[in-house]
Each structure stands twice: as structure tokens, then as C-alpha cells.
Design a protein around this ligand. Structure first.
Ligand code: HEC
Length: 163
């Protein structure tokens, strides 16, 4: 009788553990499907062009482990000098909802914030999932420099915006 109970307990507990493992696998599979979609979106929406050093100039030949780690190259124009943020560090302590809020806010040029604004929440969250999958790496991009100051590092100079 005792043995019976033991076997029964083992079966119940065993199937519980197996069930939990399946649930975890499912969550993992969902994450990778979501992250894979995020990666695809990052590639076709051109996020690497600015947020990955050397990506645009090398024709996209940058190892994935360096993707979206930000850039030291400044973009200087009437708005001052901006730097493409290290998105992997940026999302480190952020929830998906907080990232959606950032994606809905107005940013300085040449960030095409209006493109990101028009993405669905689902797409923005997929990009977030991909950034989380890549994990934190690299250094933060340099700080924004106001228009009246000259940046110390390399920068691209934009002409004044035509009126
Ligand atoms: C033409 C260059 C360029 C492209 C393309 C670009 N970005 Fe940016 N991005 C920037 C710059 C520059 C900034 C900093 C803007 C500022 O200082 O206000 C920025 C800022 C951001 C921020 C805000 C980060 C922060 O520190 O708060 C997010 C999020 C972001 N970009 C995501 C994306 C995503 C996702 C894509 C692809 C859909 C993308 N960017 C494409 C240049 C670019």
C-alpha cells in the first residue's frame, strides 16, 4: 500500500514537473519566435544602419554580437549633436511597456522616431524581445551635445534644415 502511494506520488509529481517543463519550453519557443521576428524587423527597418558601428558602411558585415551596441559617431545639425544609443544597454532595466513608451516619444534627428511611432505595439515588443535576447554589451553612446558646443569625437555635419 505504501509502495502504491509512493508510485502514485511519483507519477503525480513527475507529470507536474513534466508539465512545468513543457510550459517553460513553450514560453521559450514563444520568446524565440518573438525575438526572431524582432531580429527580422531590426534588419528590414534599418535600425542597425545607425545603432551598430560600421554596419551601413560595411554593407551589413558586422557580427551579430555587436549589433545595436550604439555608435560613437555624432550626427551634428541645427538640433545639436546626437548619438545612436546603445539599445542593448538601454533596455537592460526596462520593461517591454517602458520600451513601448520610449518608442512612442519624439526623438532628435536623424532618429526616424516617426517610423518607430507607427509600428504596432506587437512589433515594438518583438524588437524589445530581440534586444533582451542579445543581452547587454558594449559602452553607452556619448552624451548629446547642444548646438552651440563642438563635439570632441568624430561627427557628420548636416546642413541647416531648409525652411
Ligand atoms: C538614421 C540613423 C538612425 C536609424 C536608422 C535608427 N536610429 Fe534610433 N536613434 C538614432 C539617434 C541619433 C538616436 C538619439 C536621438 C536623441 O538623442 O534624441 C536614436 C535613439 C533611439 C532610441 C531612444 C534611445 C534612448 O536612449 O532613449 C530608440 C529606442 C531607438 N533609437 C530605436 C531605434 C530602432 C528600433 C530603429 C529601427 C527601427 C532605429 N532606432 C533606427 C539614430 C537612428
Amino acid at each position: 500500500m505504501k509502495r502504491c502511494a509512493l508510485i502514485f506520488t511519483t507519477i503525480v509529481f513527475g507529470s507536474f514537473v513534466a508539465g512545468a517543463a513543457v510550459a517553460q519550453q513553450k514560453a521559450q519557443a514563444k520568446l524565440s519566435a518573438e525575438a526572431a521576428r524582432g531580429k527580422y524587423l531590426v534588419q528590414i527597418a534599418g535600425c542597425n544602419d545607425c545603432h551598430t558601428p560600421g554596419y551601413a558602411t560595411s554593407g551589413g558585415k558586422v557580427e551579430e554580437k555587436l549589433w545595436l551596441t550604439g555608435d560613437q559617431l555624432g550626427w551634428r545639425g541645427p538640433w545639436g549633436t546626437t548619438y545612436s544609443s546603445n539599445l542593448r544597454l538601454r533596455v537592460k532595466d526596462m520593461t517591454a511597456e517602458q520600451f513601448v513608451t520610449v518608442a512612442r516619444s519624439k526623438l532628435r534627428p536623424p532618429m526616424p522616431w516617426f517610423n518607430m511611432r507607427d509600428m504596432s505595439d506587437r512589433d515594438v515588443k518583438a524588437i524589445y524581445a530581440y534586444l533582451k535576447l542579445l543581452g547587454p554589451a558594449g559602452q553607452p553612446a556619448p552624451q548629446y551635445v547642444p548646438p552651440d558646443k563642438t563635439p570632441s569625437g568624430p561627427f557628420v555635419q548636416f546642413p541647416a534644415t531648409p525652411k
